[in-house]
Design a binder for this molecule. Structure first.
Ligand code: NAD
Length: 380
């Protein structure tokens, strides 16, 4: 929508400043140079990808994440490829068609979306819309008989998550959430250090994620976003707390930060801090903000500590422990995440980031908001 660019520029600026990947940019630029597809060459491209045994993905919502990360990553995936698009903007459809070689029959708008059920090129639908729209499109995708990846947060209510999970189950289709960091070596190392108790049992964790959001974007509209920075970036800290501890929180307290711009943040919190109580008395502090740039996660254990700073980027993670610097290969997270899901579908093995995990996190997000509103400890 009209806000895309302003948000895009602000978020990108933040992410680029802390070191965006050297992987996705060359992939995109070299591809764009060589891309001028007509209908015949687009069809040929689809046939070739299918013959290679890849699953076709249709992206729903061609905003900054779909355009800046997912479509470029789909140029180098081994088990899936960009087969279709769903957009309400005819100009975007034309641009993507020529740039990526999408045949006319694989381009849908929000009204014709359900006809995707008759399209054998499309195996997986990837919903990349504003948060409150995820539920409707995941359910429609399931009704169309397609497997689904849904962006985070999975939905804005737990009951929506239940409906999404039920629709996919009923259709016999798999549902996964776009949790890319489960495929990123530095975050995987945090999970290993924590769950294998390499420095003894984890005692305390602290995660912070924020960026300065521009006024007017859908992320500041409660109806579309479901909340503020907690829904958008706080969820990464919650995820990290769970995979580092290898456990789910049992209770939470939370406090809203001051509103420095009450007009801009009239609908949603500007910032928020919370404290998750994990089993065994482990504490996980968190902070999410739409006015402050922050991006780190730290765990303190009985015999040492380990941390990522930055922690949650598309690339450029840096990791340290109390006795070493982490050093892992750079990967394209989105490529790995989508390939893993395509392999799960092909081999009929459950996704490691299933709808149930998305539901758990929405439940935690809702508990944090309840704790913030009531000022009381909320049991999860
Ligand atoms: P964006 O604003 O750049 O794109 C949203 C898209 O939805 C646009 O193409 C817009 O035209 C379309 N849209 C359709 N109906 C709309 C409506 N009523 N209002 C606003 N837009 C509408 O947003 P984005 O950054 O691409 O985020 C999309 C989703 O992806 C969100 O759920 C977000 O949380 C998620 N996301 C995930 C990651 C990640 O790293 N996993 C990163 C960025 C965004």
């Amino acid at each position: 929508m009209s806000n895309d660019y302003s948000f895009d520029s602000s978020r990108r600026k933040f992410i680029y400043n802390v070191g965006l990947t050297a992987i996705s940019i060359p992939v995109l630029s070299s591809f764009v140079k060589s891309s001028k597809f007509d209908e015949d060459s687009s069809r040929m491209r689809i046939s070739k990808e299918k013959a290679a045994g890849k699953l076709g993905i249709a992206l729903v919502g061609l905003g900054s994440y779909a355009g800046g990360q997912l479509a470029p990553a789909l140029q180098s995936t081994a088990h899936c490829y960009l087969a279709g698009i769903v957009t309400g903007t005819p100009d975007k459809a034309e641009k993507w068609k020529a740039q990526y070689g999408i045949p006319a029959a694989n381009i849908y708008d929000y009204k014709s979306f359900d006809n995707i059920k008759n399209n054998p090129d499309i195996d997986i639908i990837y919903v990349v819309l504003p948060n409150s729209m995820h539920a409707e499109y995941v359910i429609r995708a399931a009704h169309a008989g397609k497997h689904v990846i849904c962006e985070k947060p999975m939905a804005i209510t737990v009951s929506d998550c239940d409906k999404m999970i039920a629709a996919c189950k009923k259709a016999g289709k798999m549902l996964s959430v776009g949790y890319r960091l489960h495929f990123e070596p530095y975050n995987l190392e945090m999970a290993r250090l924590g769950t294998e108790k390499v420095f003894g049992a984890v005692k305390k964790m602290d995660g912070k994620f924020g960026f300065p959001a521009e006024a007017g974007i859908w992320r500041l509209n409660k109806e579309l976003a479901g909340g503020g920075p907690l829904m958008d970036v706080g969820i990464y800290c919650i995820q990290a707390s769970c995979y580092t501890a290898g456990a789910d929180p049992i209770a939470v307290t939370a406090k809203e930060g001051p509103k420095t711009d009450p007009v801009k943040f009239k609908d949603v919190e500007e910032s928020l801090t919370w404290q998750l109580e994990m089993p065994g008395g482990v504490i996980a502090d968190g902070k999410a903000s739409y006015s402050e740039g922050m991006n780190r996660f730290r765990a303190e254990a009985e015999k040492g500590w380990f941390e990522l700073n930055p922690a949650f980027n598309y690339s450029g993670q840096k990791g340290f422990t109390s006795n070493a610097k982490m050093d892992f290969p750079r990967v394209n997270q989105q490529e790995r995440q989508m390939d893993a899901f395509a392999q799960s579908v092909k081999s009929k093995t459950p996704s490691i980031v299933p709808g149930e995990m998305g539901r758990r996190d929405v439940k935690i997000l809702q508990a944090i908001y309840e704790a913030m509103r009531t000022g009381k400890k909320v049991t999860i």
